[in-house]
Design a protein around this ligand. Structure first.
Ligand SMILES: Cc1ncc(COP(=O)(O)O)c(C=O)c1O
Length: 440
């Protein structure tokens, strides 16, 4: 029956249940054709910030569509995209002044990688073309983004397409790659990066990281010292730092950008997901004066020859402007702080549960790593947990044995506690089920 579906759904194995038909989305709720109301506990793949159907964003889109729908951004500009750039500069670190628009998180990453490599070519160091990325990284599904993402079941069919990169440790403290414990370690996991840069910095263009939170790799929260150390090493060895803030940006981790929490400014930053409030696709790669300057000059070989048909789409830009205004007109950061507080309390209450291996949170993101015989995205727990939550009116998509909540900022404390209550039930379900957790 599934094979008759006309839409080929993303990340959807053939064995998954038929898709749920949504008729209306409002606030934190998805209203389905069969009369159910499902809480969107993952902000529809980590994009929605201010709730579905926010009237200010809806109005901005309608007004923009009537005025200018889409015009190309090569050789043209328009008021809306200019206003967006100006507003973005008020929230971005002041060092990141130049904004290259694209369409989604993966393309923002592709752009960052290409800018980094061409930067060194344009400045007379073409041999600096290598890229360093972290274990457990996820940066998207296009070929360049997959190359910097860690190897996984997502990428195994495409290894012949991927370009080689250097892989270094992530600060995955629960499964420390160098066998330390966080309370007494000195972020020794960064030593592999130091050794690599000492030896090969002359061949390396950039290090790419998901700052403080590796999302699809398992909602792995890094100590701030890890990001600070990586920044320092990049500076010391003359290598660019790319922060992929596609997930973490726009308040998700408690500040506008995760790098702020660590006091770290990268050379290039990728933003997308929450940029439009999670309503329309749009992305940007932003960079410093120094990088931008390397692309100026008479010779055409200096130009960055990259662009997409919908680059800087004015309707998406109008949604993004409206979303940034909502950060000022509504208490978004107070909401974020109260979500973070509830997460901390509720995670503390389940930390010692026999099914729980680790709990992690940062800002609006809470994660519980379950003990499992088969840890990782393809854990048997994933489909069982997904169905368990859907049956109880909650949309959560566990990353294998990692259950996480990543809600729109407008979720109320009652709604958020409702989700945590369902997770507490799921833990008992796991502890008592035939797939009883084992291993670590
Ligand atoms: C950190 C990070 N980078 C890049 C991407 C890719 O974004 P998109 O799915 O919009 O291409 C994602 C998507 O989840 C992400 O989490």
């Amino acid at each position: 029956m599934k094979s008759k579906l006309q839409i080929w759904h993303p990340f959807t194995p053939a064995a998954d249940p038929l898709p749920i038909h949504v008729k209306r989305a409002e606030g934190v709720y998805l209203h389905t054709e069969d009369g159910r109301r499902i809480i969107d506990g993952i902000s529809s793949w980590w994009v929605n910030l201010h709730g579905h159907g926010h009237p200010a964003i809806v109005a901005a889109i309608a007004e923009q569509a009537a005025r200018i729908d889409h015009v190309l951004l090569a050789g043209f500009t328009n008021d809306t995209v200019e206003e967006l750039a100006t507003r973005l500069r008020t929230v971005l670190p002041p060092e990141l002044k130049h904004i290259f628009f694209s369409d989604d998180g993966s393309t923002a990453v592709e752009v960052a990688l290409k800018i980094a490599v061409q930067y060194w070519k344009n400045t007379g160091r073409p041999e600096k073309a290598g890229i360093v990325a972290l274990e457990h990284a996820y940066h998207g599904d296009t070929v360049g983004a997959m190359s910097v993402g860690d190897d996984s079941g997502f990428t195994e069919s495409f290894t012949s397409l991927l370009f080689p990169i250097h892989r270094v440790y992530s600060a995955y403290c629960y499964r420390c790659p160098v066998g330390k414990v966080r309370a007494t370690c000195h972020v020794d996991c960064t030593e592999k990066l130091r050794r690599l840069l000492e030896e090969k910095h002359n061949e390396i263009a950039a290090v790419i990281v998901e700052p403080l939170l590796q999302g699809a790799g398992g909602m792995i929260v890094h100590p701030v010292e890890f990001l600070q150390r990586v920044r320092q090493m990049c500076t010391d060895f003359g290598v660019l730092l790319i922060d992929d803030e596609v997930l973490t940006g726009f308040g998700r981790c408690g500040r506008m950008f995760a790098g702020e929490i660590a006091g770290v400014v990268p050379d290039l930053m990728c933003i997308s997901k929450g940029l439009t409030g999670g309503v329309l696709p749009m992305a940007a790669t932003v960079c410093t004066d120094e990088i931008h300057a390397a692309f100026q000059g008479e010779e055409s070989s200096r130009t960055f020859y990259h662009g997409h048909s919908y680059t800087g789409n004015p309707i998406a830009a109008a949604a993004a402007v409206a979303s940034l205004k909502i950060f000022k007109s509504e208490p978004a950061f107070e909401r974020i702080a109260s979500i973070a507080e509830i997460h901390r309390e509720r995670l503390a209450a389940v930390r010692e549960h026999p099914a729980v291996g680790d709990v992690r949170s940062i800002g609006t993101v809470a994660a519980i790593e379950l003990k499992a015989e088969d840890p990782g995205y393809f854990s048997k727990l994933r489909p069982k947990l997904y169905n368990f939550f859907i049956d109880r009116g909650v949309l959560l998509r566990p990353l294998g044995n990692v259950i996480y909540i990543l809600p729109p900022y407008v979720i109320t404390s009652a709604e958020l506690n409702f989700i945590h209550d369902r997770i507490a039930e799921a833990l008992d379900f796991c502890a008592g089920s035939t797939i009883a957790p084992g291993g670590s």
